[in-house]
Design a protein around this ligand. Structure first.
Ligand code: 16G
Length: 262
């Protein structure tokens, strides 16, 4: 752990990033210091009074900035010992060659998993849902939105759409959607997954307890039954600082049979 009387917080005069209320400028200054490695996970912050003197702002301003950073999960406060840069979250690897559920992925790592429900119910489908799920006219869509967590750490937000014929009672799902689908013989056997980089918007960042604008992964999974019918269309947002998607690559047929054309 860094000694706060030396290093970053002892460096020359502080120039806060400009724009917005003072406490947000201070908040950004601390975030920038973490992002560019000037202070590291586990490092202690100076006391509220020392920081106020150092940055030349009021203690109220320091308190507001620190509270916000604690809320965002960037800092942690330990009673009696001070405020620290939050420890780095353990990264999770997910294979891109296996069609597994979130619950299974986590169980394999011995990690306790839970979901906080953001929404679940039957709705009129959007045109996109109608097309992707191949819904017939008048058919409703079941939407389930969950915050997926391990312990107290949120990892992902998942917003899934399924035909209401397959999932007539979204309230009946327990911990796992795939387990629930399995019971009625509707567990997908194949999926197409598209992954895109994204910067998290305010609402999603707040749910995932990271600063707005942090790196995230937008994942769309379209899952199929053996019959070829689409069973699930899920849009997920994973925290960029906790997930690694890993794919195993093999030489393809064309490369093994072919050879150089020089
Ligand atoms: C995974 C899937 C998601 C699926 C969920 C079911 C990705 C990107 N997404 O998180 O599409 O709905 O598993 O998990 O992998 P559950 O059975 O634990 O509810």
């Amino acid at each position: 752990m860094a000694d706060v009387s030396n290093g970053f917080f002892a460096d020359g005069p502080v120039v806060l990033p400009s724009g917005g209320p003072l406490y947000l400028q201070l908040k950004r200054w601390i975030e920038d210091a973490i992002h560019n490695g000037a202070i590291n996970p586990g490092d202690a912050l100076p006391s509220e009074r020392d920081l106020a003197t150092k940055v030349d702002v009021s203690r109220v301003t320091v308190r507001k900035a620190v509270l916000q950073l604690v809320k965002d999960g960037v800092l942690v406060q330990r009673h009696g010992s001070g405020t620290f840069v939050a420890p780095q979250t353990q990264r999770v690897e997910q294979s891109l060659s296996q069609l597994t559920s979130f619950t299974e992925d986590m169980a394999r790592r011995g990690m306790a998993v839970r979901a906080e429900w953001l929404d679940r119910g039957l709705y009129l489908p959007s045109p996109e849902e109608t097309i992707i799920l191949g819904l017939s006219s008048g058919e409703q869509v079941a939407r389930i939105s969950r915050l997926r967590l391990t312990g107290e750490t949120p990892l992902a937000i998942e917003r899934a759409s399924l035909s209401a014929r397959v999932l007539p009672d979204p309230g009946a799902i327990g911990d796992s959607l795939y387990k629930h689908l399995d019971k009625s013989g509707n567990r997908p056997i194949r999926a197409i997954q598209r992954i895109r980089a994204a910067n998290l918007g305010e609402e999603d960042a707040e749910l995932l307890r990271v600063p707005a604008g942090s790196a995230g992964l937008n994942i769309e999974r379209t899952s199929y039954l053996a019959s070829g019918r689409v069973i699930e269309f899920t849009r997920s947002i994973y925290r960029g600082d906790t997930y690694d998607f890993v794919a195993e690559l093999r030489l393809g047929d064309s490369s093994t049979s072919g050879g150089s054309k020089t």
